[in-house]
Design a protein around this ligand. Structure first.
Ligand code: H79
Length: 583
C-alpha cells in the first residue's frame, strides 16, 4: 500500500514539474490573483484615515511647534512613554460619527477606506484584549470607533481595510523605532529593551488576530515601515494573514516580500508600474491632524491627481487626519465635496478603467475600457483647446460616437488628418478642472506613439513630455502650461530627476541643448544608456537661455531615455522648457 502511494506521489510530482503543467499552474495563479484584485482594480479610489492620540497635540508639544508629520510627534519631540500615555486620559472624540465619515467618502466617489488601527505610537484605536493601551480601556470615550466604522461601511457598501504598524511600536520594549537599525537608543531610557519577538508574539500577532476576527472580515491589511523587521517576525504575522486568502495586503510587511500591491508614498510615479500599485497621499503635508498645517492641495490638483493615477493604471488612497473631537477638518471636507461633485458626473471615466494607450497627451490624460471587444476612450481635458480643435495623436480608428460624459447629448464632430484625430471643440469650456470627452470606437484601438523622434536633424524634448521623478518627502517640481509654453517649475530639490523617452532612429553623436533658467551655478549629469556627461549651467540672470550641456554618443536604436540628474552639492533653483538633441 505504502509503495503504491509513493509511486503515485512520484508520478504526480513528475507531472507537476513538466513544462506544460507549470505554464497552466502559473496561469491559474494569475487568474486567481486577478479575481482577488478585481474589486480593488475596479475601485481606483480610496480614503486613508490617520487617527490616533497624536490628533490631540496636533503638531505642538509644550507650546512648541514640532516640524514634520504630526503622527510622529512622540519620536520627534522625544516624548517619554509614560508622558505620551497621558494623552489617552483626555482623548474623548464625542463628535465622532462613523456614518458621516463613510457617507462623505462615498459621496467623494471613494470605494474603500483604510484606517489606522494602530500607528507607530502603539495605541490601539480598537478594543483589544492583547494590550490595555487601547481606546476602549484607556479613554473616557470607551467606544470602539473601528467597530462603528465597520458597521457603517457595511451599511453603505464601502470596503474596509485597517492599517497596522507591525514593526514600529514606540510604546513597547520590543517594538522598533526609526533609527534602531543605526544602533541608536530609544529616546525613553526608562523603556528597558526586549527582543523584537517578545513584542511580535505578545502584542502584534494577537492584535492582528483581533482585527481580522472582530470586524466582520477586512478587505485590506495595510502594513507600514518594514525596516527593522526580521523574516521570523514577518512570517509570524504572514501566517495570521494567510488565514484570510481573499484579503489584500500591501508590500510593507517585510522587504522584499511583494504583497498584493506596491505603495508609492507622497509622490505619483511618472509612468505606470507593472505591478498593482496604490499612491498614498496627504491633502496637506501631514497624515495625522496638524492644526496649523495650511499647506492644502487644491481640489483641482487632487482631481487631476486621481485622473493622472488612473491614466497610469494605479489607485489613489487619499488621506484625511480627523481632529481629536472626531471630525474631519473643514478643508478636507471641502475638498472631498469638490472631488465628489466632479465624480458625480464623471466617475464612469475612473471606475474599472485601465491605463492610457497614448505616450503623452499635452492637454491632459486618457483612461480606457474595453466593452464587447470595442475600446472606449475617456479623454480628460485639463487644458481645453483655444484653437477649437482637440488633437488626439496617433489615433486612427473606426469611431461610433464622440460626446461629453457629463452630458451625452453634447456630441462632437471629428476629422482625421494623417494619423491624428481632431475633435471639433466649441469655445465653451465645459469644466475648467477636467472636461471628459468620450470616444466610443468600433474596434480595439491601436495607437501610434507620439514619442519624440528625429526631425530635421534634431529631437525636441519639451517640458510636457518629461517624466518628473519627485521624491516622496521633499520639494516637488511640477509642470505648468502646455505645449510650447510648458515649463518645469520649482526644480529646487536636487533629488528630483527628469527623464524623457525618445525614439532613436539614427545613432551617432548628439549635441545636448536646453532652454533653461538657473539662479546660480548648477551641475547635473546627463545620461543616455550607459553614456553620461557632466554639465555645468551658469546663472541665467532671471531669464530663459539656451545652454549647451555638452555632447553625448547615442549608440542604440529604438526606445531610449535621457535623464537629467542634479549634482547634490551644486544645485539651486531651476526652470526648464525643453531639451534638444542636435545631430
Ligand atoms: O503613516 C504614514 C507615515 O507616518 C508613515 N507612512 C505613512 C503612510 C511613515 N513612516 N515613516 N515614513 C512614513 C517615512 C518618513 C520618515 C520621516 Fe522622518 C518622518 C521623515 C521625517 C519625519 C524619520 C523621522 C526620518 C526623519 C525623521
Amino acid at each position: 500500500m505504502n509503495r503504491i502511494i509513493i509511486i503515485i506521489g512520484i508520478i504526480s510530482f513528475l507531472f507537476s514539474c513538466s513544462p506544460n503543467s507549470q505554464v497552466e499552474e502559473k496561469d491559474e495563479a494569475t487568474l486567481q490573483q486577478d479575481q482577488k484584485m478585481e474589486w480593488w482594480r475596479e475601485a481606483r479610489f480610496g480614503l486613508f484615515i490617520h487617527w490616533g492620540l497624536y490628533a490631540e497635540p496636533a503638531g505642538e508639544w509644550k507650546g512648541e511647534r514640532i516640524a514634520g508629520i504630526s503622527e510622529w510627534i512622540m519620536a520627534r519631540a522625544a516624548i517619554p512613554v509614560k508622558e505620551y500615555e497621558k494623552l489617552a486620559e483626555n482623548f474623548n472624540p464625542e463628535k465622532y460619527d462613523a456614518e458621516a465619515w463613510v457617507k462623505l467618502a462615498k459621496y467623494a466617489g471613494m470605494k474603500y477606506i483604510v484606517i489606522t488601527s494602530k500607528h507607530h505610537d502603539g495605541f490601539a484605536m480598537f478594543q483589544s484584549k492583547a494590550s490595555k493601551y487601547n481606546i476602549v480601556d484607556a479613554t473616557l470615550f470607551g467606544r470602539d470607533p473601528l467597530k462603528e466604522l465597520a458597521d457603517a461601511c457595511k451599511k453603505y457598501g464601502i470596503r474596509l481595510g485597517f492599517y497596522y504598524s507591525q514593526a514600529q511600536d514606540w510604546h513597547e520594549p520590543g517594538g522598533t523605532y526609526f533609527n534602531i537599525e543605526d544602533g541608536k537608543p530609544h529616546w525613553d531610557a526608562n523603556l528597558v529593551r526586549e527582543p523584537l519577538m517578545n513584542y511580535i508574539n505578545g502584542k502584534a500577532v494577537p492584535q492582528v488576530k483581533e482585527i481580522l476576527e472582530n470586524y466582520g472580515g477586512l478587505d485590506i491589511l495595510w502594513w507600514d515601515t518594514p525596516r527593522g523587521m526580521t523574516e521570523e517576525a514577518a512570517q509570524a504575522l504572514q501566517d495570521v494573514a494567510d488565514e484570510y486568502p481573499d484579503m489584500l495586503t500591501n508590500n510593507r510587511l517585510y522587504r522584499p516580500w511583494p504583497g498584493d500591491f506596491t505603495t508609492p508614498e507622497q509622490h505619483v510615479p511618472p509612468t505606470g508600474l507593472d505591478y498593482d500599485w496604490e499612491v498614498c497621499m496627504t491633502m496637506n503635508t501631514s497624515w495625522g491632524y496638524k492644526s496649523y498645517d495650511e499647506n492644502w492641495k487644491s481640489g483641482e490638483t487632487l482631481i487631476r491627481m486621481l485622473v493622472d493615477i488612473a491614466s497610469k493604471g494605479g489607485n489613489l488612497l487619499l488621506n484625511v487626519g480627523p481632529t481629536p473631537e472626531g471630525l474631519f477638518p473643514e478643508p478636507s471636507i471641502d475638498r472631498l465635496k469638490q472631488i465628489g461633485l466632479w465624480m458625480q458626473q464623471n466617475s464612469e471615466s475612473i471606475y474599472g478603467t485601465t491605463a492610457s494607450p497614448f505616450f503623452k497627451l499635452p492637454w491632459g490624460r486618457c483612461t480606457t475600457k474595453e466593452v464587447d471587444g470595442n475600446t472606449i476612450l475617456y479623454l480628460h481635458v485639463f487644458d481645453w483647446p483655444k484653437t477649437g480643435l482637440l488633437q488626439v495623436p496617433g489615433l486612427k480608428t473606426r469611431i461610433k460616437d464622440i460626446y461629453l460624459l457629463s452630458n451625452p447629448k453634447q456630441k462632437f464632430a471629428w476629422k482625421f488628418e494623417d494619423d491624428d484625430l481632431f475633435i471639433h471643440a466649441p469655445s465653451i469650456i465645459f469644466d475648467p478642472i477636467n472636461t471628459v470627452v468620450v470616444i466610443e470606437t468600433k474596434e480595439k484601438v491601436k495607437v501610434t506613439s507620439n514619442m519624440p523622434t528625429l526631425k530635421e536633424g534634431s529631437i525636441l524634448l519639451p517640458a510636457d513630455f518629461a517624466d518628473i521623478h519627485n521624491p516622496g518627502y521633499g520639494t516637488h517640481a511640477y509642470l505648468s502650461g502646455s505645449g510650447k509654453k510648458s515649463i518645469i517649475q520649482n526644480w529646487v530639490d536636487a533629488r528630483v530627476r527628469l527623464e524623457w523617452m525618445f525614439n532613436s532612429v539614427e545613432p551617432g553623436k548628439y549635441k545636448i541643448e536646453t532652454l533653461i533658467k538657473a539662479n546660480e551655478i548648477c551641475k547635473l549629469n546627463v545620461t543616455v544608456g550607459d553614456k553620461n556627461v557632466e554639465s555645468e549651467i551658469q546663472p541665467t540672470n532671471n531669464k530663459f537661455e539656451i545652454i549647451s550641456l555638452g555632447e553625448i554618443e547615442i549608440s542604440e536604436t529604438g526606445n531610449q531615455s535621457i535623464s537629467l540628474t542634479p549634482d547634490r552639492e551644486n544645485w539651486g533653483e531651476v526652470e526648464l522648457m525643453y531639451v534638444e538633441l542636435v545631430k
